[in-house]
Design a protein. Structure first.
Length: 321
């Protein structure tokens, strides 16, 4: 069995700030406590969690010159030497993202910066870089939004480079890009309810609706995505793959949930980690849901405890469709 090389691509990284602000209210002066501050971006998060679980990866994408050392030192420390950094420096400052958690009203408010603008030369460099890293034994994960200067055509060019080299492509990106990619052959797509609605043009409010929409997007339902992972927050996730249809979740007391920032990235990392070792989709889905749950209960944003992952792995509620 091939142990595949994992490559993560983060075109629009960020420094994530997580602030606890009781009784958060727009338009007022608020006293907040910083509970998290760390280099992030969907692909970066996936590499970090993969490393925590014991899987090596190569992390590429863009980074502002002033933040390169911050990202390198952070991933070297938390990645335990399992993340190979190959980020490309661009002009401009890496964006800051803000999350305000309100423990009184049990809400989260997310403020997302647009990000630096990249040049046509930067785009050519990243397309070439992705093409060099993509091999027939690679899984290439495209995570997060695109910065100004990267077009849908550029994104499609990177996908085609990967596919031409025989690499498996995973897409977890913005609805704008997903909608433009409709019809493109993709190995795996991780979609929340809103993104699944965008691709399927079907309702996605109930579990039954999510299942039918995921089937429609998958190749088994006439779509172009081989594996669909539809996330449903506290209700777990739906997996539609060739010959495999499963729903999985972990029953967790709501009082244990500390934050949901990064849970989708943790789910994807856990799934890829387990699948790359076993090629067993049921095992992969269980690991993904357990890892996302460990993320949700962590009091330290951006960190998971493998002991929590193991505990929740033994508490998976899985159903065959």
């Amino acid at each position: 069995m091939i142990r595949r090389q994992i490559v993560t691509v983060t075109l629009n990284p960020a420094v994530d700030w997580v602030l606890e602000a009781p009784n958060f209210k727009v338009g007022s002066h608020i006293r907040a406590r910083r509970i998290g501050w760390y280099p992030a971006g969907n692909g970066i998060n996936v590499s970090r969690v993969l490393a925590t679980l014991g899987t090596r990866s190569v992390a590429t994408g863009f980074i502002g010159r002033g933040e390169l050392t911050l990202f390198e030192e952070y991933l070297e420390r938390v990645g335990l030497g399992r993340v190979v950094m190959q980020l490309l420096i661009v002009r401009g400052r890496t964006r800051d993202n803000m999350t305000f958690t309100d423990p009184i009203n049990d809400t989260e408010t997310h403020v997302r910066d647009e990000g630096f603008k990249v040049s046509p030369d930067d785009v050519r460099r990243i397309i070439s870089k992705v093409g060099m890293l993509a091999r027939d034994d690679s899984v290439v994960v495209f995570g997060g939004s695109t910065p100004p200067g990267v077009t849908v055509g550029d994104f499609r060019s990177m996908l085609h480079r990967c596919q031409d080299q025989g690499a498996l492509t995973v897409v977890d990106t913005s609805e704008r890009i997903l909608e433009a990619l409709r019809g493109e052959p993709i190995w795996m797509a991780k979609l929340n309810a809103s993104e699944l609605h965008t691709l399927s043009q079907m309702p996605t409010e109930t579990e039954e609706q999510v299942i039918e929409a995921a089937r429609a997007v998958s190749r088994t339902g006439g779509g172009q995505v081989k594996v669909v992972v539809a996330t449903r927050g506290a209700d777990g996730a739906v997996l539609i793959a060739p010959g495999v249809e499963r729903v999985a979740k972990v029953a967790v007391h709501p009082g244990l949930i500390c934050n949901t920032v990064g849970c989708g990235d943790s789910l994807l990392a856990g799934l890829i980690h387990a699948w790359s070792v076993s090629h067993d989709w049921e095992r992969a889905l269980a690991m993904g849901v357990a890892t996302a749950t460990a993320n949700a209960i962590s009091r330290t944003p951006g960190a998971i405890d493998t002991n929590d992952v193991s505990e929740y792995l033994g508490s998976i509620i899985m159903r065959t469709l």
